[in-house]
Design a binder for this molecule. Structure first.
Ligand code: SAH
Ligand code: DHB
Ligand code: MG
Length: 221
């Protein structure tokens, strides 16, 4: 549960730093109207993803877990006009809402939404010339994170960034006997620490979505 003060500070920071935006607001409204779960990144987190993608001069971005396309819009806006976000989604209804949201934002030409299980789409991407990516955002099922991270590193150029959402889950990451989601997070963190291809850290976040965290990995080789 989000603490009242975390939520108030998030509102304050968002008011101060993230101007209202018609396309992003419309995407949230349409996602809620379609009954999608409100688990998208917050506005200041969306802007963080946008900022990090720009920091690595991203031209090709990979997103695993589209939902209604809210984070996709933030990422697509970090690209030059000929850049691409490839975004992977398994739920046809989520994909349909996301396509409409991206279209309304005027970003369809920069977004390549692939419907299917992420692991299948990743294997296809490796073969079809979409890689290498400059920036990857992993935000689908948490049990799948170890596999997605391994693909992400293989598909990312040296100097690129991989960001993983939801690595704290209200502190449940500490439960060694927890569910498959938490086991996925723990296995990912344990492996990444010894993965010579990356430099990794993780940070806790608090805010309107409660207590959670991001892991960030720089691909070094
Ligand atoms: N990145 C979005 C939120 C994604 S929520 C945002 O911040 O705006 C997680 C999404 O991952 C959901 O839409 C869910 O359907 C999708 N997902 C779950 N398992 C998946 C899988 N195996 N392959 C592809 N997508 C998956
Ligand atoms: C959940 C998934 C997310 O990607 C997120 O940011 C928050 C919650 C979930 O499945 O509960
Ligand atoms: Mg998430």
């Amino acid at each position: 549960m989000p603490d009242e003060r975390w939520t108030a500070v998030d509102a304050y920071l968002t008011d101060a730093l993230v101007p209202p935006d018609a396309a992003l607001d419309a995407a949230l409204d349409a996602s809620a109207a379609a009954g999608l779960p409100a688990i998208q990144v917050t506005p200041n987190e969306g802007k963080l993803l946008h900022l990090l993608a720009r920091a690595v001069d991203a031209r090709r971005i990979l997103e695993i877990g589209t939902l209604g396309g809210y984070s996709t819009i933030w990422l697509a806006r970090a690209l030059p006009p000929d850049g691409r976000v490839v975004t992977l989604e398994v739920e046809p209804r989520h994909a349909e809402v996301a396509r409409a949201n991206v279209e309304r934002a005027g970003l369809s030409s920069r977004v390549d939404l692939r419907l299917g299980r992420a692991l299948d789409s990743l294997a296809a991407l490796a073969a079809d010339g979409s890689a290498p990516f400059d920036f990857v955002f992993i935000d689908a099922d948490k049990a799948g994170i170890p596999g997605y991270f391994d693909w992400a590193v293989r598909l990312t150029r040296r100097g690129g960034l991989v960001v993983v959402d939801n690595v704290v889950r209200g502190g449940r990451v500490l439960d060694e006997e927890a569910d498959a989601d938490v086991q996925g997070i723990r296995r990912f963190l344990a492996r990444a620490a010894h993965d010579s291809r990356v430099v990794v850290t993780a940070l806790q976040t608090v805010g309107s979505k409660g207590h959670d965290g991001f892991a960030l990995a720089l691909v070094t080789g």
